[in-house]
Design a protein around this ligand. Structure first.
Ligand code: NAP
Length: 334
């Protein structure tokens, strides 16, 4: 089968489509024939060597396909089912945090950038009918991260004032769609007017550009205090978000792309009873809840482009360039 392998090297990691053996199905396992997969920032950072524990493997955390083979002790009814793959491995027993054995699908374990993937039935969930394979492939990692940040930690609900920072990002777009679906008053912060316009058309109450140095003042003036801010930028954006939160406000962050914040206003934080909450991925129950929420609210993932597997390297380049709006999807059947 064809698979995109990461080849680690001191001179710089490479990615290459190679012919490798199709995995054989063992007891309790299933083989899924992938129809679509999607990129995450994680894949780009692994290629750039900016991720711990890099080793040769098939990359890709997001995928959707059809069950092609089942091993002994697996229900035959699974054969032919359209499924999404949960990228969590070994979350563990504590719903609050992942175990020491936790890892995300696609390095070190072989991931979804391949024609077939070997997995177990407990990693599969039925694809909702209303979305295509390409749309479903966009969901797993980013949707799960967004779901936990927005609902478990952010407690976003109807009427709350929520700011999604870097709203054009892969995870942030889901956070935006989920918060809008929950009936919150959702504002967006992005670096591109074009993205802000698209998000306004999708239900944002207001949009602000972080390239404008007065963005925080503009939000303060036109929106007032926020209940929830969701961020993955960190840096100076983070310091400003703390300033924008009102009493009992919560800042949920799942990344720190810009590094450490220059200032954390502890005085404001204790006086306003502000909570800063880190968030990573989500547990298996949240994965199921996320898919149910998507189905209930008929949320269609935003797709930037769908390109054939043979062009997958160009999707990595698009991600590095920070271009596009929506998920970068790879199709195996074209
Ligand atoms: N903890 C976890 O489980 C988890 C899971 C997934 C991702 N992550 C991390 O979260 C981050 C984002 O991941 P992603 O896949 O969503 O990446 P992505 O699609 O590349 O999104 C990154 C976004 O950051 C925004 N940004 C850049 N500079 C900013 C600034 N000064 N202020 C506010 N936003 C800014 C941009 O938003 P605009 O396009 O709107 O300008 C960009 O689209 C990465 O650090 C990633 O490693 C963590």
């Amino acid at each position: 089968m064809k698979a995109l392998q990461l080849i680690p090297s001191k001179e710089g990691n490479r990615i290459e489509i190679r012919d490798i053996d199709k995995p054989s199905v063992g007891t309790g396992q299933v083989l899924v024939r992938l129809h679509a997969a999607a990129l995450n920032r994680r894949d780009a950072w692994i290629r750039q060597g900016m991720y711990p524990g890099i080793q040769q493997s098939v990359l890709g955390s997001d995928g959707c396909g059809t069950v092609a083979e089942v091993g002994s002790q697996v229900a035959q009814e699974l054969l032919g089912k359209s499924v999404l793959i949960n990228p969590n491995n070994n979350w563990g027993d504590n719903p609050s945090h992942q175990s020491e054995d936790y890892h995300i699908l696609g390095m070190p374990s072989d991931g979804t950038f391949a024609e077939y993937i070997l997995t177990t039935p407990d990693r599969l969930i039925t694809k909702p009918d209303f979305i295509s394979f390409a749309e479903a492939a966009a969901l797993p990692l980013a949707g799960l991260t967004a779901y936990r940040a927005v609902f478990t930690h952010g407690q976003v609900s109807k009427g709350k004032k929520v700011l999604i920072s870097g709203a054009g990002g892969g995870v942030a777009q889901f956070a935006f769609q989920f918060a809008v679906a929950a009936g919150a008053e959702v504002y967006v912060l992005s670096g591109k007017q074009e993205k802000i316009d698209k998000l306004m058309a999708m239900g944002a109450k207001g949009g602000f550009n972080y390239k404008d140095e007065n963005w925080a003042k503009q939000i303060q003036k036109s929106v007032g205090s926020l209940d929830v801010a969701i961020d993955s930028a960190g840096g100076a954006t983070f310091s400003n978000l703390i300033r924008l939160l009102g009493r009992s406000g919560v800042l949920v962050f799942y990344g720190a792309t810009l590094g450490l914040p220059p200032k954390v206003d502890l005085f404001r934080m204790f006086f306003n009873q502000i909570r800063i909450q880190g968030s990573t991925m989500g547990n298996d129950e949240e994965f199921t809840q996320m898919i149910q929420f998507v189905a209930e609210h008929q949320i269609k993932p935003v797709i930037d482009s769908v390109r054939p597997f043979t062009d997958i390297a160009s999707a990595f380049d698009t991600m590095d360039a920070g271009e596009g709006f929506g998920k970068l999807v790879i199709a195996f059947d074209v």
